[in-house]
Design a protein around this ligand. Structure first.
Ligand code: PMP
Length: 388
């Protein structure tokens, strides 16, 4: 199992969170760059989202039937996401990706599913990165390709032959413990073309990136639209919710598959999602997040240079990762993250970070004040040279 655990100096329990800060059980306040590992896009305890959730709590949450807000949310999603003709809801990202695969198999009557080597799509046997408790049979119909490698994708499609149900792909390569890699537009177009040619469903796993990079779907800027998309994390600003959206041609298959859960119809998270998506649509939240991310990236680059440290900053600026050159085991990155957290900045050495619309320029400057000292501590310990 890949370890993504943080240092002993990272607080394990959190008592309170507001905006881009939280208080640990140790009573210390932290400037946060993880946003609850992605779900928080407007900032912790955002007032409009809380108001909507409180109002729906008063009306009813988990009742015998769905609340009208579910229809409102489905219509809002269909209006926001150009590839969506319908929407259905669940709780976690794993529910959404697994339901996409089930719908693709139902629609095509085929079995094979292709995913990129190292990509994370959830924590159930067909896709978990863990091996414990997983049988060979659980993975019998899942094959892999290299992200951004059209030849490798083509070979995997050939291996699946007439049994290819779906290609599942993330908007960019954000595997843990490696530099991030943006999608090559040619690769994205090849995924689409191969699905068109074979009749397989193209599934975009937008669980991590969705509603952070581009409101209508993370490959909208590339002009590549999926048949099915999996959403979760940011869609309700921290309330538990996931969604599958799809094209009209897959509506019947989506209606036919049996999927449900005790809490899938809970209305509070749906009301929170309507408020979140409305805020994202009607304000410049995404633009501000992009600006804050760029300020952070530029600031960190300048600091690393000043201290004679060679770093790589990869991925979109709103979902950044900083690694050190010549640091394959992330030893220096782990030490730097530890130096940062002891100075009150919570970030991760091997997993991408998340910015939110609550990160103002002055918050970023405050973060940079502290990372400056963290870099200085690293430079002192490695003699100001590249870590190798
Ligand atoms: N897909 C991607 C791309 C993810 O990042 C995650 C969660 N990290 C999942 C699926 C699974 O989501 P969840 O943990 O909510 O089940």
């Amino acid at each position: 199992m890949t370890r993504v655990l943080l240092s002993e100096d990272h607080p394990q329990y959190v008592t309170e969170a507001h905006g881009c800060r939280f208080t640990g059980a140790d009573g210390r306040e932290y400037l946060d760059l993880m946003c609850g590992w992605g779900p928080v896009v407007l900032g912790y305890a955002h007032p409009a989202v809380r108001r909507a959730a409180d109002e729906q709590t008063r009306l009813g949450d988990c009742v015998n039937g769905a609340a009208p807000v579910m229809v409102e949310l489905a219509e809002l999603l269909v209006d926001t996401v150009p590839s969506a003709d319908w929407a259905m809801f669940a709780k976690n990202g794993t529910d959404a990706t697994t339901t996409c695969v089930t719908i693709a198999r139902a629609a095509t009557g085929r079995r094979k599913v292709l995913t990129a080597h190292g990509a994370y799509h959830g924590a159930v046997p067909w896709c978990t990165p863990g091996k414990s408790g997983v049988t060979v049979e659980d993975r019998a119909h899942v094959d892999h390709f290299e992200y951004n490698d059209i030849a490798s994708l083509g070979a995997a499609v050939d291996r699946a032959g007439g049994d290819l149900a779906a290609i599942v792909v993330c908007p960019f390569r954000h595997d843990v413990r490696r530099d991030q890699e943006l999608a090559d537009p040619e690769f994205a177009r090849a995924v689409r073309a191969l699905c068109n040619r074979t009749g397989a469903a193209m599934i975009l796993d937008d669980v991590r990136c969705g509603f952070r990079l581009s409101l209508g779907g993370s490959w909208e800027p590339l002009g590549v639209r999926p048949d099915l998309a999996a959403w979760s994390k940011a869609m309700a600003n921290g309330y538990a919710l996931a969604a599958v959206t799809g094209i009209a041609a897959l509506r019947d298959a989506a209606s036919d598959v049996y999927v449900t859960g005790s809490f899938w119809y809970s209305a509070v998270s749906m009301a929170a999602s309507v408020a979140t998506l409305t805020e994202l649509r009607e304000t410049d939240a995404l633009v501000r997040m992009d600006r804050a991310g760029q300020r952070l990236r530029d600031g960190l680059d300048a600091q690393a240079k000043r201290h004679g440290l060679e770093v790589n900053q990869t991925g979109p600026v709103q979902m950044p990762l900083l690694t050190f050159a010549g640091d394959p085991e992330f030893t220096v990155a782990t030490r730097w993250a530890r130096e940062a957290v002891t100075r009150g900045v919570y970030l991760h050495p091997t997993h991408n970070w998340f910015l939110s619309a609550a990160h103002t320029e002055s918050d970023i400057d405050e973060i940079l004040d502290r990372t400056e000292d963290a870099f200085a501590a690293i430079a002192r310990s490695v003699g100001g040279l590249s870590p190798n």
